[in-house]
Design a protein around this ligand. Structure first.
Ligand code: ZN
Length: 183
């Protein structure tokens, strides 16, 4: 089942999401999230982006760099960033909830994360480079943070009209979206 992707301006995107009770069967939900993400050609999708305020996100970054990101297809349930290492790097990010907007964002290059998979096995892993990048972007979603929250006040002012258009559905997207201010 393909969910509509919630657009910028919806309060669910600004909310800190709730932990999922251990043992909950979320396999169907995860499957549907993958279907939704592939339909929109995304590399990551967090539950709040389909309107569910839950600490869950999925990634499949393999298409970005098949050589280095092979097998980086995962569901992260109740994820935690255990450690962030000091080295940072900048990369231009985008978001399925904010179509047409991209910005360079600086993030730690290496992180240690802890999460559950869909069988509720616990994992602890070091992620670096693009893997860490995608993880942190999605992790922010379950904390109610969007990548545009990191850009300068001036740039945000300049994008105000664009943000308003997105909330109202005045954007050209080729995937299904839900716009909070569409009349
Ligand atoms: Zn996003």
């Amino acid at each position: 089942m393909i969910y509509p992707i919630v657009a910028f301006g919806d309060p669910v995107l600004k909310k800190k999401a709730e932990e999922i009770e251990k043992g909950t069967d979320i396999k169907k939900l995860v499957e549907d999230m993958f279907e939704t993400m592939y339909e929109a050609n995304g590399v990551g999708l967090a539950a709040p982006q389909i309107g569910l305020s839950l600490r869950l996100f999925i990634v499949d970054a393999e298409p970005m760099d098949p050589e280095n990101l092979q097998g980086y297809k995962k569901a992260f349930i109740n994820p935690v960033i255990v450690e962030e290492f000091a080295e940072e790097w900048s990369y231009e990010e985008g978001c399925l909830s904010i179509p047409g907007v991209r910005a360079h964002i600086t993030r730690p290059e290496t992180i240690t994360v802890k999460y559950y998979d869909t069988d509720w096995n616990e994992h602890i892993e070091d992620l670096d480079g693009m893997k860490a990048r995608v993880f942190q972007h999605e992790y922010d979603h379950i904390e109610g943070i969007l990548f545009v929250d990191y850009i300068s006040t001036l740039r945000r002012k300049l994008l105000k009209g664009k943000f308003s258009d997105i909330s109202k559905g005045r954007v050209d997207v080729d995937y299904k979206m839900k716009f909070p201010l569409r009349k």
